[in-house]
Design a protein around this ligand. Structure first.
Ligand code: TYM
Length: 328
């Protein structure tokens, strides 16, 4: 029996380089050896205000990106979270097993509530509980994520363990898989903060849909330093980030990348990183355009994914309802 993987990505916006190098690339690699569920988490997306038409479009586009980036709907289950009601049901139940104090400590809640002061809603607060439900609903053993999701995974482990302590072994306790290189791709203009698709400055972030010109321009403008040496070190966060990107894209070690650019100027280095990203993006962009041109195919994948996910989730939800004492 294969072990199970679950992971998710927010529905809104176009995936950025960090989403790919920190997570999706590994989802694809691991999908040969695990039973995988990859979800476009549109329920999570409405914790900040969304335009309905844009959200609907973005959710399908995101699912198409997942396929374009190498996930095969015949080998893993790709679906939209809101089409599988078990997520919301289990989330309610797990809300009753999660403490206010735990959720108050979540750094993502703190940063998002600072960013959206006018709309600090309860959904934003209990966001990590829904994330826990996502994972344990499928008895996931492994959750491939970037570094920023570690804290949410720790919470998921705590909540699942707490539930098990009361009712017996209902849930598998998931482990995080955080890749050794690329788990935290930083902003190109401000390498002390992570690259994020919701960043207001588009020059901070490289989107999977960016044209070759735009990609090269963004890398040429990337912030470096005045030291003039291509070396990964804490004193050179911009250069270190670019080296991480280059290493992750080419598969070469950081040391090999440093050696490749030894004695060369930053201009040359930044262009080389941009070009490597452009070549990596090209086939993905072509595949994405093809998928978006074939709406019936995409809709078929979406419907099949929801049916597969709902069937896989049902036994766990039934077990949970039985355990807590609902009439089933
Ligand atoms: P989201 O949509 O912000 O990001 C999706 C994945 O991309 C990773 N990631 C990064 N990795 C490296 N560098 C970056 N700059 C970078 N930015 C994002 C994230 O760590 C993530 O793995 N709450 C989650 C979605 C979610 C989920 C889940 C994940 C909902 N339920 C269950 C795992 C399991 C989120 O907002 O990811």
């Amino acid at each position: 029996m294969k072990q199970t993987i679950f992971s998710g990505i927010q529905a809104t916006g176009i995936p950025q380089l960090g989403n790919f190098l920190g997570a999706i690339k590994h989802w694809e690699r691991l999908s040969a050896d695990y039973n995988c569920f990859y979800c476009v988490v549109d329920l999570h997306s409405i914790t900040v205000r969304q335009d309905p038409a844009k959200l609907r479009q973005a959710s399908r586009e995101m699912l198409a990106w997942l396929i374009a980036l190498g996930l095969d709907p015949a080998k893993c289950t790709l679906y939209l979270q809101s089409q599988v009601p078990a997520h919301a049901e289990l989330s309610w139940i797990l809300n009753c097993f999660t403490y206010m104090g735990e959720l108050s400590r979540m750094t993502q809640f703190k940063s998002k509530s600072a960013k959206h002061e006018e709309n600090i809603n309860v959904g934003l607060f209990s966001y990590p509980v829904l994330q826990t439900a996502d994972i344990v609903l499928f008895q996931a053993n492994l959750v491939p994520i970037g570094d920023d999701q570690r804290q949410h995974l720790e919470l998921a482990r705590d909540v699942a363990g707490r539930f098990n302590a009361v009712y017996g072994d209902v849930f598998a306790i998931p482990d995080a898989y955080v890749p050794p290189v690329g788990a935290r791709i930083m902003s190109l203009q401000a390498p002390d903060k992570k690259m994020s698709k919701s960043d207001e400055n588009v020059n901070n972030c490289v989107f999977l849909s960016d044209s070759p010109d735009v990609v090269i321009k963004k890398f040429k403008r990337a912030v470096t330093d005045s030291l003039g040496v291509v070396k990964a070190s804490p004193g050179q966060p911009g250069v270190t980030n670019l080296l991480t990107i280059y290493s992750s894209v080419t598969g070469k070690t950081i040391a090999a990348c440093e050696a490749e650019f030894e004695g060369m100027g930053y201009g040359h280095f930044k262009t080389a990183v941009g070009e490597a990203v452009v070549s990596m993006f090209r086939p993905y962009q072509e595949k994405h355009a093809q998928l978006m041109a074939d709406v019936p195919y995409l809709d078929k994948i979406i419907a099949e994914g929801a049916a597969k996910a709902a069937a896989a989730a049902a036994p766990t939800l039934a077990k949970v309802k039985e355990a807590v004492g609902f009439v089933v």
